[in-house]
Design a protein around this ligand. Structure first.
Ligand SMILES: *[C@@H]1O[C@H](CO)[C@@H](O)[C@H](O)[C@H]1NC(C)=O
Ligand SMILES: *[C@@H]1O[C@H](CO)[C@@H](O)[C@H](O)[C@H]1NC(C)=O
Length: 124
């Protein structure tokens, strides 16, 4: 097992008025090739009509949707992983099933109004 790359995840304000957003994430998460990797995000100010969303962005590309969920566990396929949102919804963990070099990207956690979700279909 080798330390291959750092997966960078950053504060994301997508869908939130910046002054209201209180989302914190690990700034730089070390990745181990072939292992699971947890990316965590806290957002104690989440409201009842907001979903958690994860995106990732490769250099010179737009953000690509990974997974969204309200509460519980939600699988993602690209990349393979599971979003865990606990009952209190004040934080979440996105687990990458198997990290590879190709997963090195900027990962964003965001909150998005559930009612606006259809409009988000263009974010791919
Ligand atoms: C990753 O997060 C999941 C869900 O919260 C947890 O069950 C698991 O123990 C965590 N794994 C590590 C290595 O932190
Ligand atoms: C999610 O993935 C797990 C394996 O990682 C599988 O057991 C489970 O059935 C999947 N759930 C859904 C809703 O697809």
């Amino acid at each position: 097992m080798s330390l291959t790359s750092a997966i960078i995840i950053v504060l994301a304000l997508i869908g939130r008025v910046p002054c209201r957003a209180q989302i914190t994430q690990d700034a730089l998460a070390p990745a181990i090739e072939g292992e699971k990797m947890n990316l965590s995000c806290s957002h104690s100010s989440i409201t009842t009509n907001e979903n958690v969303i994860w995106y990732r962005q490769f250099p010179n590309q737009g953000p690509r949707f990974i997974v969204t969920g309200y509460s519980g566990e939600f699988n993602s396929t690209d990349p393979a992983g599971i979003l865990h949102v606990p009952k209190d919804r004040k934080s979440n963990v996105f687990t990458l099933a198997k990290v590879t070099q190709a997963d090195a990207a900027v990962y964003y956690c965001a909150l998005r109004d559930t009612v606006r979700q259809h409009g988000d279909a263009t974010v791919q």
